[in-house]
Design a protein around this ligand. Structure first.
Ligand SMILES: NC(=O)c1ccc[n+]([C@@H]2O[C@H](COP(=O)([O-])OP(=O)(O)OC[C@H]3O[C@@H](n4cnc5c(N)ncnc54)[C@H](OP(=O)(O)O)[C@@H]3O)[C@@H](O)[C@H]2O)c1
Length: 279
C-alpha cells in the first residue's frame, strides 16, 4: 500500500510574486495548497471582490489583497468563472511582463482566447482541475503554448500539484475529452453512490442504511484504489468469485448496453458539449 505523501515544501523558494485572480472554491483550494507547500503569504497577491475571512486573515500576515498598485508577477493564476474572464482579465495589466507565466484553470477558455486577452508572447498554461481539488486530491490536466519554457512548465506543475496530481498533454483539443472524463467525472461517481442507494432501497434496505452503505462503499473503494498498487480491473476481479453474488451483478453491469456502453455514451456527450461551449 502507498503511504499518503506529506506536503513537500516545493514552493518555499518560489521566485517572485504570485497573483491569484478569483479566490472562490478552486482559487481558495489552490491558495491553501500553496501555503501548505511553503509559499509565504507575502509573495501572494489576491484579486477578489468578495474575499473570505481566511483571505482577510492572511492579508494581516502579509498577503496583498486587491492592492492599489500592480507589481511584476512571476506567475498569475486565473481562477474566475469563464464568463467573467473578459471583464476580469484587464485587472492583470501591470502584473504581466516578459517572464510572467499565466496559468488558467477556467473551463472551456482556450489558449487562443487567453493569448488574445493577455500581452503578446505571454507564456500560458491552460489547465483543467476537478472538484476533489478541495481536499488536495484532484487531478489536473495541463497544456501550454509555445512560449512556455521548461522552467515555467515545472513551475505550473508545482502550483497545480497543490491540489492533487498533474498530467500534461501536447494537443489542446484533448482538453474536451479530459473535461468529460476527469473534470465532470466526480459527478458520475456521486451519481453511482446515489444509484447504489436507490438500488439498495429497491432491494429492501431502509433508506438511511442504504445511503450509508452506498456512500461508504464508494468512498472506501476510491480510497483503496488510490492507495493500492493494483489497477481497477484487478481490484474488481479480487472481489468477484466465479458464480458468486458479485459475478451475478457484474453480468448485468458489463452486459450489452451496460455500464461500459453507457459511460462511453455519457463521456462522448460531455466531450461534444465541451467542444460546443469552447466555440
Ligand atoms: N469547480 C469545478 O469543478 C471546476 C473544475 C474545473 C475547472 N473549474 C474552473 O475553475 C474556475 C473557478 O471555479 P470555482 O468553482 O472556484 O468558481 P467560484 O467559486 O465562483 O470562484 C470564482 C471567484 O472569482 C471571483 N470573481 C468574480 N469576478 C471577479 C473579478 N472581476 N476579479 C477577481 N475575482 C472575481 C468570484 O467572486 P464572487 O463570488 O463575488 O463573484 C469568486 O470568488 C472556473 O473558471 C471553472 O471553470 C472549476
Amino acid at each position: 500500500m502507498k503511504k499518503p505523501p506529506a506536503d513537500p515544501k516545493t514552493l518555499a523558494k518560489f521566485p517572485g510574486l504570485l497573483v491569484l485572480l478569483g479566490a472562490g472554491k478552486m482559487g481558495q483550494a489552490m491558495l491553501d495548497g500553496w501555503l501548505a507547500r511553503g509559499l509565504g503569504p507575502g509573495k501572494i497577491v489576491v484579486l477578489e471582490p468578495q474575499p473570505s475571512k481566511t483571505i482577510k486573515a492572511l492579508a494581516r500576515r502579509g498577503l496583498k489583497l486587491n492592492p492599489d498598485k500592480p507589481a511584476h508577477a512571476a506567475a498569475i493564476v486565473i481562477a474566475v468563472k469563464p464568463q467573467i474572464a473578459p471583464a476580469a482579465l484587464p485587472a492583470l495589466r501591470g502584473y504581466t511582463g516578459k517572464t510572467t507565466l499565466a496559468l488558467s484553470i477556467m473551463a472551456g477558455r482556450t489558449l487562443r482566447f487567453l493569448q488574445d486577452a493577455l500581452p503578446p508572447g505571454t507564456a500560458i498554461v491552460r489547465a483543467m482541475p476537478n472538484t476533489p481539488a478541495a481536499i488536495g486530491r484532484g487531478i489536473t490536466v495541463a497544456t501550454g503554448n509555445a512560449p512556455v519554457s521548461a522552467r515555467q512548465r515545472k513551475q505550473a506543475s508545482a502550483l497545480l500539484a497543490a491540489i492533487g496530481s498533474v498530467e500534461w498533454v501536447r494537443d489542446e483539443t484533448l482538453m474536451d475529452a479530459v473535461t468529460a472524463v476527469s473534470g465532470s467525472g466526480p459527478a458520475y461517481v456521486f451519481l453511482l453512490a446515489e444509484a447504489m442507494a436507490q438500488a439498495g432501497i429497491a432491494a429492501g434496505l431502509p433508506s438511511e442504511l442504504a445511503a450509508r452503505l452506498a456512500r461508504e462503499t464508494v468512498a472506501g473503494s476510491g480510497e483503496l484504489l488510490h492507495r493500492s498498487n493494483l489497477d481497477a480491473a484487478t481490484l474488481r476481479q479480487n472481489v468477484t468469485s466465479p458464480g458468486g453474488t458479485t459475478a451475478a451483478a457484474l453480468a448485468v453491469l458489463m452486459g450489452p448496453g451496460g455500464f461500459d456502453a453507457l459511460l462511453t455514451r455519457a463521456v462522448a456527450a460531455a466531450t461534444r458539449r465541451s467542444r460546443e461551449l469552447a466555440g
